[in-house]
Design a protein around this ligand. Structure first.
Ligand code: PLP
Length: 403
């Protein structure tokens, strides 16, 4: 059967694969989604230049995609970065940053003891296979950190400014200075702080990573990661994507880009809600501890006041129930507004039980050394009314204590 396609008579099979693939010269208000895996160049010479990196353009989506570039441009502006890549997850972003830092066999990575558990495991279980040693330090003890930096001469230091789940604030500018003095590159995982609370590149951090799955995307419907840094990391970061292939897909890039358009509105409200709820929880005296960086009872209160913007203390509140696993399970079972799930940054308030989730691979002794007990609950505050969040936490607490 013959059909007409572009004024030519072609077989129906030919028409079917080409028809409808129309190019429009339009300027849409929203970022466009390009699911295409490849892009047609205007000429072989142009393709040669695009592939050789001497001309801007797109050839194959593992090398670059216009929708993903919309997201990376936005993140470059937010972080004040010269180069940004988007990855398939936050873990891929951390891996890409470690790769870009040029780690080789015999090198050492220094990790914050309070780092996200999977990041500790990435260094200890994966990078160790390439002969890279990992050493852990408590970054709230700067004397200890200084001694370890001098002794180990690490190539990379990886830490989070706001620790999880106890929300300790690390004195990041001082730490960066100390690390640079021994020639150590610094990677900050800024997932919990977002570019609204801190811009690590502005005080000398070499690479910033995000799990974009969290506040950047913001709606719990897309996984992704971001690495942002100085221009001299550009080649290595792009090589990571081209050769290891952990790219972000265009649909996820579009969702995360849409998420960051409302980041300040969401995150500021979540921080306000968290501060409201934290103060009220502490005032009840119903908990062994309530952790929020701006509570005077928090061990790193003075660093938080010095480093963080006045209104943005983060959107997480951690409580320690007066009880152990039984009370913890009863608490989780009776939550009604707050949902029990292992993430942060969504519009809903989410509660995570570290002992069975984020810190299940640590021994009880290790957890206790960090200050995490069977009563510890991390609550990532959402966009519900703070009265409802507070009331739900209190009814679950009372149920747990009385059952
Ligand atoms: C601080 C932090 N960094 C990195 C990650 C990993 O991100 P992803 O789950 O997107 O791989 C997480 C995930 O919970 C996290 O909390």
């Amino acid at each position: 059967m013959k059909e007409t396609y572009k004024n030519r008579n072609v077989a129906v099979e030919t028409m079917l694969v080409h028809a409808g693939n129309v190019r429009h010269n339009v300027d849409p208000t929203a970022l466009a989604i390009y699911p295409s895996t490849s892009f047609v160049a205007d000429s072989p010479e142009e393709l040669d230049q695009i592939m050789g990196g001497t001309m801007d353009g797109f050839s194959y989506s593992r090398h670059g995609n216009p929708t993903v570039e919309g997201l990376t441009h936005a993140m470059a502006q937010l972080e004040g970065a010269e180069t940004v890549i988007a990855t398939s997850s936050g873990m891929a972003a951390i891996d890409a940053a470690l790769f870009a830092a040029g780690l080789h066999a015999g090198d050492t990575i220094l990790l914050s003891r309070d780092l996200y558990g999977a990041s500790l495991n990435l260094a200890g279980k994966i990078w160790s296979q390439y002969g890279v040693k990992s050493v852990v330090a408590d970054l709230t003890d700067l004397d200890q950190l200084h001694a370890i930096l001098l002794k180990e001469q690490p190539k990379v230091l990886l830490f989070e400014i706001l620790s999880n789940p106890l929300l300790k604030v690390a004195d990041a500018p001082k730490i960066v200075q100390m690390a640079h003095e021994v020639g150590c590159q610094v990677i900050v995982d800024s997932t919990f702080t977002t570019p609204l609370m801190v811009k690590p590149l502005s005080f000398g951090v070499d690479l910033v990573v995000h799990s974009a799955t969290k506040y950047l995307g913001g709606h719990g419907d897309a996984m992704g990661g971001i690495v942002a840094g100085h221009a001299h990391y550009e080649e290595a970061l792009h090589q990571y994507l081209r050769l290891r292939g952990g790219i972000l897909g265009p649909f996820e890039a579009w969702l995360i880009h849409r998420g960051i358009q409302t980041l300040s509105v969401r995150f500021e409200r979540q921080c306000q809600n968290a501060w409201n709820v934290a103060q009220r929880l502490e005032a009840t005296h119903d908990f062994r501890h309530v952790y929020h960086p701006f509570l005077e009872s928090h061990p790193t209160f003075s660093t938080a006041k010095k480093l963080l913007p006045a209104e943005l203390g983060g959107a997480v509140v951690t409580i320690e129930l007066k009880g152990a696993r039984k009370e913890a399970y009863d608490f989780l079972r009776s939550l009604q507004v707050v949902r029990s799930a292992t993430t942060i940054g969504d519009v809903y308030t989410l509660c995570l039980y570290p002992v069975v989730a984020s810190h299940r691979n640590q021994t009880e002794q290790e957890r206790l050394a960090m200050g995490i007990t069977e009563g510890t609950m991390r609550i990532a505050i959402g966009l519900e009314h703070p009265d409802d969040i507070f009331a739900d936490i209190m009814q679950a607490t009372h149920f747990a204590y009385s059952s």
